[in-house]
Design a protein around this ligand. Structure first.
Ligand code: FAD
Ligand code: DLZ
Ligand code: SF4
Length: 513
């Protein structure tokens, strides 16, 4: 940082996913010596065609946050999307804010995404005042700490990282050992859905006047974007997000663990927390949520498999993918180890397909800007993997359609976990599965036009032949993986005629996409 002798306030830009009162850039700042700038900008609103609810959520949460900061005595310079001189980008808006406030210094927390961080790192060369870029300590593992952990490892196994994070936080640790004797109860997170899955609905928050304004803005300016807006009910303030968390800890965490991987037609949330949008915006603190989960276990309100499963998702997967993103960027965005080139099928946007599982996941995505983990991974993702859809197109789709999607979390999940595009640094083997898996974990297949038990032919579940087509076409790479050897032994035992049936059926599916 260059030192300056200028006097003037400190300019604190707060980005759309930094809506945290204890943000590093605000800590220790005197209110009368600080100007906070928040910016709705076209570049961010259009770098992908975000779901309408995602834009509405971010703008509404930003506007509420600005109002609360003002109530607390901060000076906030808020630039709306339709302000007539809006420069359209973070850098352009910070330049305008410098003209207005003549600051001595800019103090900003690092961006969560590569694209934005690249722009911020140019500020010291662009602007005359000093620029201080702070680490985002809302994450429990810093970018540097992850790099130290990852350097020198061939496989960046999440489980190893997760154990480090358990020890670092002390969550579910007793005398240095995991509570219950095991680190990971994933095997107890895979119950099939029962016939009567009566999950309590999550709280939906009626849009207030401010959110209604934003919804009208989105309807007006982003009319051709994907997604329903009339179903909007996301928490837009910390208070609402806390109420959503209260409901999860009171009503759903008990069954979260066992049914974490279950899917039920038309039942979109099941026992999931639905808190990712609030955590990613900065409205909820990830560590506090994990501590609440731990208390639920200690007080006998939730079983260990639910609580460990929830904590694993947050201090394990969430922290891990964030570290992995920064460790692997910018190459991760270009990775395509399986050389997949197919276009994304149109039904990812329209939901018009006879495959009932895919149609339901796209419907939930359209209506709620949300689908849960297994829907994203084993239905929508699995199909794109098996069909060989080009990673860039899949990544762009996921980034656009989910209200919780930011590249730091979306890209590792899509490129590395779903598509194996990183060549296996994150996942030890591709998450490829036939219809059998979907049938076991959901009620989708019951009323599907395809038969999940049919392996080939017109009425066969398309996932079945596509699975073997995928395994066959990537044999050279995958057969070297000792975890997959058994699968190729099964394929070889089938004999040529059966294999031909599979491959021809798959070709027919692919031709019709
Ligand atoms: P819960 O099931 O209740 O889990 C609790 C919390 O754990 C979540 O709120 C989230 O913060 C965290 N979490 C769980 N799984 C993951 C994971 N794999 N990576 C990071 N955090 C995790 N999550 C996002 O927040 N944004 C994304 O853009 C995103 N894209 C994804 C794309 C794919 C292909 C896959 C397989 C997963 C993706 N996830 C993403 C992870 C996960 O699907 C969502 O976090 C989850 O569905 C959010 O719903 P929930 O809050 O009810 O989660
Ligand atoms: C996603 C998004 C959108 C749609 N619009 C804005 C915006 O206008 N202003 C803003 O500050 N943030 C927005 N965001 C979130 C940013 O993309 C987010 O802050 C980046 O992920 C930071 O890396
Ligand atoms: Fe999906 Fe196949 Fe089941 Fe139909 S039969 S719902 S396509 S897995």
């Amino acid at each position: 940082m260059r030192m300056s002798d200028q006097s003037g306030p400190v300019l604190v830009p707060i980005l759309g996913d930094q809506l945290t009162r204890t943000l590093a850039s605000l800590r220790g700042q005197a209110k009368d010596d600080t100007v906070i700038v928040m910016m709705e900008v076209w570049d961010e609103a259009t770098y992908v065609k975000h779901h309408k609810q995602k834009i509405a959520l971010i703008f509404s949460a930003m506007r509420h946050f600005a109002a609360q900061l003002r109530d607390a005595g901060w000076q906030v310079d808020y630039v709306e999307l339709t302000d007539k001189d809006n420069a359209g980008s973070f850098t352009g808006e910070v330049a305008r804010a410098i003209e207005r406030h003549d600051p001595a210094r800019i103090r900003v927390v690092e961006a969560s995404e590569w694209r934005v961080q690249q722009a911020i790192e140019e500020w010291p060369g662009k602007f005359a005042c000093d620029v201080e870029i702070l680490s985002d300590d809302r994450f429990l593992c810093s970018v540097a700490q992850f790099r130290d952990w990852a350097d020198g490892r061939d496989h960046l196994t999440m489980e190893h990282f997760y154990r480090e994070m358990r020890k670092q936080t002390g969550l579910l640790i007793s005398s240095g050992k995991p509570v219950g004797g095991q680190w990971n109860l994933d095997k107890q997170n895979r119950e099939s859905p029962g016939d009567e899955m009566d999950a309590p609905p999550r709280p939906l928050f009626e849009p207030d006047a401010l959110t209604k304004d934003v919804i009208a803005l989105v309807e007006d300016k982003f009319a051709d974007h994907f997604g329903a807006l009339d179903t909007f009910g996301w928490p837009v303030t910390r208070d609402q997000a806390e109420r959503a968390a209260d409901a999860f800890f009171a009503e759903r965490i008990e069954h979260f663990g066992p049914y974490q991987d279950a899917m039920v037609h038309g039942s979109d949330d099941l026992f999931h927390s639905m808190l990712s949008t609030s955590i990613n915006l900065g409205l909820l603190d990830p560590l506090e949520l994990c501590e609440r989960a731990q208390r639920a276990y200690e007080e006998g309100r939730a079983p260990l498999n639910s609580v460990e499963g929830f904590i694993r998702q947050i201090i394990g997967w969430r922290e891990y993918v964030r570290g992995f993103y920064w460790y692997c960027m910018p190459d991760l965005a270009e990775a395509n180890a399986l050389e997949a080139t197919r276009d994304l099928p149109e039904f990812y946007w329209t939901g018009e397909t006879d495959m009932r599982c895919l149609a339901d996941c796209v419907r939930s995505t359209h209506d709620n800007a949300h689908a849960h983990h297994i829907q994203r991974l084993m239905v929508l993702g699995n199909f794109a993997l098996l069909a060989g859809v080009e990673p860039k197109q899949v990544q762009e789709w996921y980034l656009a359609v989910y209200a919780d999607a930011y590249e730091w979390v979306e890209l590792p999940n899509v490129a590395a976990m779903v598509l194996y595009a990183d060549g296996g640094r994150l996942a030890t083997k591709p998450y490829a599965a036939s219809g059998n898996y979907i049938n076991k974990m959901s009620d989708y297949c019951r009323d599907c036009r395809y038969s999940v038990s049919k392996k080939t032919g017109e009425d066969a579940c398309p996932f079945n032949p596509l699975y073997w087509h995928f395994m066959d076409r990537h044999r050279e790479r995958l057969s070297k993986n000792h975890r997959i050897g058994r699968i190729y032994a099964n394929w070889d035992r089938m004999g040529e005629e059966k294999q031909r049936d599979y491959l021809e059926s798959a070709e027919a599916v692919l031709k019709n996409l």
